[in-house]
Design a protein around this ligand. Structure first.
Ligand code: ZN
Length: 525
């Protein structure tokens, strides 16, 4: 296989919501940043690499197939056959897969038994990779290889997309039409063709002499049979002699989502997504009655600010500074289903959490931010588009912060004082440009990675003493919401007060966060 991999960079779609109890922080501004965080610069790299939380179409991903690998082995007198294939919990799809694999084996058997052919093969193998880009489709890429003991080898690739509902084969166009508007599909196709032309024929070690014959194949109509959508990239597979000569084998090129977004704009995959989410979730949320002129009225919970952002009373009044306390934080929301489920759990136990939400999604779901605030939760800025601020200019950072602050103003009438950088990626320039206090975390549950409530809980449990710690989670996963429902009663049972970040800082550490300060990984331990 020819693997031409671009540097793969992860992209997160995140939001944070936090409810902030303190509007005006005129308390301690100090040389804090100097003493707090030397660890940031060394840990960023990791954080950037690990924080892969979104996928190409930013879908809800609640309906993923569970597949198990099966192996079929057969020793015929003239060849060995090893076929790996997935068995899912969807019988319709399994039937399709089985029929397909059998057809591959049968066609091999026929051709290999044909006495007229010059080359016969001793081994027939099928391997596969699977992909689930959204709730509706499941993709399997089968890789067939025929080898013989004289060293001859033929490889072929077969891409099969299955519609989870019908179990039938789906086209790439169908998948795209389900996720993107028509004009976006056209731009995407054009971008991919340009990329492939350059990558296959334009440079990077490929000399074009023999390739002119192949070049015309790359058109927006043709390429689509060759594409596979992975979580952070689009993969292009082609069999030998399609876009490159036989001797180059199977072509396998990965186009990162970053590349596409650089060309087509950061929010290329976003707008449509929100519409989809909207459709799916519309009738699932309970209506929350909030009087826009007074979001605090008539809602039970701990109220920390009034409509003007003024403190009604300080949560510290009811927090015992001598008892253990822990802050839960949820990034990358709001998500209609999952953030509301987390809020349900918080409300049920009369506890709070800090939500670092994304401006784009705050604009889409202001009512969720209102509910966070109404329940006494803290809100914090997590940027408008979930950009990596270390890659932006100071003026771009300021504009993005402003845009996000506007989203908060529109939603709840005040702006947060806290900021959490996407990917935990920050530096001195970022810290001095946001006009907010930077909050990282001390326990990373890696919930975006495991998507497993038990693993999230284990990560927290094995920390032992949680007093004074800030736990990082993401409010956009079902598994995280599920973990939260178990975690909160567990913490209360263990005697922890579950508090907002600002309250934790004030009550536990005696500091009120203010602009330019940074509370990094080592601060809360
Ligand atoms: Zn994030």
């Amino acid at each position: 296989m020819k693997a031409n991999k671009l540097k793969k960079q992860k992209l997160g779609l995140g939001v944070i919501s936090a409810m902030l109890c303190v509007m005006s922080c005129t308390f301690t501004t100090s040389t804090f940043a100097d003493t707090v965080d030397n660890s940031i610069s060394t840990t960023i790299e990791n954080s950037v690499i690990l924080n892969t939380q979104n996928n190409l179409f930013n879908s809800i991903q609640e309906n993923l197939l569970i597949a198990q690998a099966k192996v079929f082995e057969e020793n015929q007198n003239n060849y060995n056959c090893v076929i790996n294939y997935p068995v899912t919990n969807n019988t319709l799809i399994d039937n399709e897969i089985e029929a397909f694999v059998i057809s591959l084996k049968w066609s091999f058997h026929l051709s290999n038994s044909n006495r007229d052919i010059a080359v016969t093969y001793d081994n027939f193998n099928i391997d596969y990779k699977e992909f689930q880009i959204d709730d509706n489709y499941y993709t399997v890429v089968f890789n067939e290889s025929r080898t013989n003991n004289e060293g001859a080898k033929i490889e072929r690739i077969y891409i099969q997309n299955y519609n989870k509902e019908t179990g039938k084969i789906a086209t790439v166009d169908e998948i795209l039409e389900n996720n993107l508007e028509q004009e976006k599909i056209i731009s995407l196709k054009e971008t991919i063709v340009e990329y492939l032309k350059y990558h296959l024929y334009g440079g990077e070690g490929f000399i074009s002499q023999n390739y002119e014959a192949y070049k015309p194949y790359l058109t927006t109509e043709n390429i689509f049979n060759h594409l596979v959508f992975d979580s952070n990239s689009i993969k292009f597979y082609a069999n030998p002699n399609v876009v490159l000569p036989n001797e180059d084998g199977v072509v396998d090129i990965e186009i990162s989502i970053d590349y596409i977004l650089n060309i087509l704009g950061f929010d290329f995959f976003m707008a449509e997504t929100e519409e989809i989410i909207e459709e799916v979730i519309e009738d699932e949320i309970e209506e929350i009655e909030i009087d826009p002129s007074n979001p605090m009225a008539g809602v039970s919970g701990i109220f920390l600010v009034d409509v003007n952002g003024e403190k009604v009373y300080k949560q510290g009044d009811i927090i015992d500074p001598d008892k253990p306390m822990v802050a839960l934080t949820y990034d990358d929301g709001p998500s209609k289903i999952h953030t509301n489920r987390i809020l349900d759990a918080l409300e049920k136990h009369n506890t709070v959490a800090t939500f670092f939400d994304i401006g784009k999604l705050i604009d889409a779901y202001p009512e969720i931010i209102q509910r966070q605030v109404a329940l006494g939760c803290e809100i914090g800025n997590h940027t408008y588009y979930h950009d990596n601020y270390t890659k932006l200019s100071v003026s771009a950072i300021k504009a993005d912060i402003e845009k996000t602050n506007n989203s908060y103003m529109n939603a709840v009438g005040y702006i947060p004082t806290l900021f959490r950088p996407p990917y935990g990626s920050t530096n001195a320039t970022v810290r001095s440009s946001t006009g907010l206090a930077e909050i990282l975390w001390s326990i990373d549950t890696k919930d975006w990675q495991s998507r497993d409530a038990n693993k999230i809980l284990d990560t927290i449990y094995k920390e032992g003493n949680l007093d004074g710690q800030v736990i990082l989670m993401h409010g956009i996963y079902e598994s995280t919401a599920k973990a939260t429902e178990i975690l909160i009663p567990y913490l209360l049972e263990k005697g922890y007060q579950v508090v907002n970040v600002t309250d934790l800082l004030e009550m536990k550490y005696g500091v009120t966060p203010s602009a330019g300060q940074s509370f990094g990984y080592n601060y809360f331990n």
